[in-house]
Write a protein that binds this ligand. Structure first.
Ligand SMILES: [Zn+2]
Ligand SMILES: [Zn+2]
Length: 269
């Protein structure tokens, strides 16, 4: 008798969950709290910002935070699994049922996913028909939020290194030999430079993924289909965008709780 052996061991499943919960409970709230309790009060004082300007920044930062966290939570909670067999389509040998077009089995989730895009280890689940919009908007809002935060973090970090520039500190972190050139010992202050690099890293990471996934949506393909250039077609780009972000896409991109239903031709119950 042929036995099914799981391809992904338990340790890999645990690792994917750890990545997910690190972002959900530590990284995103951590960055927001640091910006609002350390960077913001410092810059508001040194730049002598007016009260309306301070209120505007508090509102904008909160708006970014809600969009990042909201889209992330919905991309985790909203389910795109195939719940019942379809009358036609391809047969899944694991679920023993027919599934609609573009639906594929995920061995990590161990279910078939409607319009499966890919399995994301950071959210520890598959991106499919119903949660794809939240996943892409999460990436987009992380990118915009980190550009906004990094602009101000740059001023904040630069102010910490009045004696020698932060670039010297950065070189010393990369090459420990430079400790002998700079008389001042390394301190907690140098961690701000690491933080600045982390900011830039997050912009590059989220930006590359956001552009890649948005391009696939515009071209009307999933991440799997994107390997085949002949399947890409940008002539229906508007319909392709609506088929992911919904009929009220202009609200969905601004607010994760906005009601933007998918058009009937892509819905699947
Ligand atoms: Zn299946
Ligand atoms: Zn999966």
């Amino acid at each position: 008798m042929k036995m099914f052996t799981p391809k992904y061991p338990l340790i890999q499943k645990i690792f994917s969950k750890v990545q997910c919960y690190t972002i959900v409970f530590l990284l995103t709230p951590g960055i927001f709290v640091f910006q609002m309790t350390v960077v913001f009060p410092h810059l508001a004082t040194t730049l002598d910002a007016s009260i309306p300007k301070q209120v505007a920044h508090i509102c904008l930062a909160t708006f970014c935070f809600i969009n990042v966290v909201g889209n992330m939570i919905f991309s985790i909670l909203i389910d795109s699994t195939v719940k019942r067999p379809n009358k036609e389509g391809t047969f899944c040998e694991y679920c023993r049922m027919l599934r609609p077009a573009k639906s594929w089995h995920c061995r990590q989730c161990n279910v078939c996913i409607l319009k499966r895009d890919h399995h994301c280890t950071f959210i520890a689940r598959c991106v499919g028909l119903y949660n794809q919009r939240y996943f892409i908007l999460f990436l987009g809002h992380v990118m915009v939020s980190m550009i906004y935060a990094t602009y101000y973090n740059y001023y904040y970090v630069s102010a910490k290194f009045e004696d020698h520039g932060w670039i010297v500190s950065a070189f010393r972190i990369i090459n420990p030999l430079l400790r002998f050139i700079i008389p001042e010992p390394m301190s907690i202050k140098d961690m701000y430079v690491v933080y600045l690099f982390m900011n830039v890293g997050l912009i590059v990471w989220s930006g590359c993924l956001f552009i890649y996934h948005l391009r696939n949506v515009v071209m009307g393909v999933t991440a799997y289909e994107a390997k085949y250039s002949e399947l890409m077609n940008s002539t229906n780009w508007r319909a392709n965008l609506i088929s992911v972000f919904g009929t009220k896409w202009y609200l969905a991109i601004l607010w994760p709780l906005a009601d933007s239903p998918l058009p009937d031709y892509v819905k699947w119950e």
